[in-house]
Design a binder for this molecule. Structure first.
Ligand code: C2E
Ligand code: MG
Ligand code: MG
Ligand code: MG
Length: 285
């Protein structure tokens, strides 16, 4: 009796395990298919120069519209893409899409200064990445300085020799590098010294605490000070309230991004948003 119960339990566990694996596999197949058939799209979130109300750039953020599961957030499908070897193809698609969209906006007469794309750690292990980026920029008639590549500290933590090499080559090309989510996890000031980055993005967890935690205010001011003195542009992300905006403005933050200014939007919504902001077509890039 006891023995057969035990066997039953083993059977139960292996069955549920295979079901989870099956679900994952189904999701992986769906993602692979979405990449080929257009199930993925990019939304764009404006980054604004606080002092003058001008556009600094647009961050491209991936969205997946799953046929039955609905919208799957990038925090879920990016790790999946990384695990199942799809992140190379996904990032290529993101770069292609974002650069194509920037060129299209400019043809339409919209003054969009730059686009920013997020890349994953393993993308930087690929020594072909700079050449790929160069080809995509050329194909769309863009300058390297039209593109920001956002990377996180976890990318640097791996300390892969190819990562540093790829970063250097992107920099030599003239592409701008932006250190995302700064201040979370394994922040090290040595990154700022060692890497050819041009921009630092203060993580939104600091911004969220600005109104109520003096420590967060001290840290945002300190990070701005360090970044500025190293010649970097410091961007505050996740600005949701006017109070947060006011504090950042008083501290001297040059660039902000967050729901209070605009949520990420589909590309076709940008012209109306810019017009509403008084960012007209005549504005020089
Ligand atoms: P991230 O690069 O730090 O992007 C900022 C995230 O904060 C975005 O979430 C954005 O929608 C959200 N956000 C912007 N303003 C606010 C705000 O005021 N309040 C709050 N609560 N959130 C705000 P999203 O689009 O869900 O993306 C999450 C993360 O997924 C990104 O964080 C990035 O790490 C990753 N990701 C997104 N798209 C891509 C992609 O194409 N490739 C790669 N490798 N990663 C991506
Ligand atoms: Mg980012
Ligand atoms: Mg971020
Ligand atoms: Mg992030």
């Amino acid at each position: 009796q006891a023995k057969s119960g035990g066997t039953g339990r083993v059977g139960f566990f292996s069955l549920s395990l295979s079901r989870a694996a099956e679900e994952r596999l189904a999701l992986e197949i769906a993602l692979r298919e979405a990449l080929q058939t257009g199930g993925l799209e990019l939304y764009y979130q404006p980054q604004i120069e606080l002092a003058v109300g001008r556009l600094h750039g647009l961050e491209a953020l991936a969205r997946w519209q799953h046929p039955t599961l609905g919208t799957i957030p990038p925090d879920r499908f990016i790790p999946l893409a990384e695990e199942c070897g799809l992140i190379g193809a996904l990032s290529r698609w993101v770069l292609e899409q974002a650069c194509g969209q920037l060129a299209k906006w400019r043809r339409e007469g919209l003054a969009v200064p730059a686009v920013a794309v997020n890349l994953s750690a393993s993308n930087f292990h690929n020594l072909e990445l700079p050449t790929l980026v160069e080809q995509i920029l050329e194909r769309h008639g863009l300058q390297p300085s039209d593109l920001y590549v956002e990377l996180t500290e976890s990318t640097l933590l791996e300390d892969h020799s190819s990562t540093l090499q790829t970063i250097e080559r992107l920099h030599d090309l003239g592409v701008r590098l932006s250190l995302d989510d700064f201040g979370t996890g394994y922040s090290s000031l040595s990154y700022l010294r060692r890497l050819p980055i041009t921009e630092l993005k203060l993580d939104r967890s600091f911004v969220a605490d600005l109104e109520h935690a003096p420590m967060a205010r001290s840290l945002s001011a300190a990070i701005l000070g360090i970044g500025t003195s190293l010649g970097l542009t410091v961007v505050a992300e996740g600005v949701e309230t006017v109070a947060q905006k006011d504090i950042l403005q008083a501290q001297g933050y040059p660039v902000v991004q967050g729901y209070w200014f605009a949520k990420p939007m589909p590309p076709q919504a940008l012209p109306a948003w810019m017009a509403e902001q008084g960012m007209n077509r005549a504005q020089q890039v």
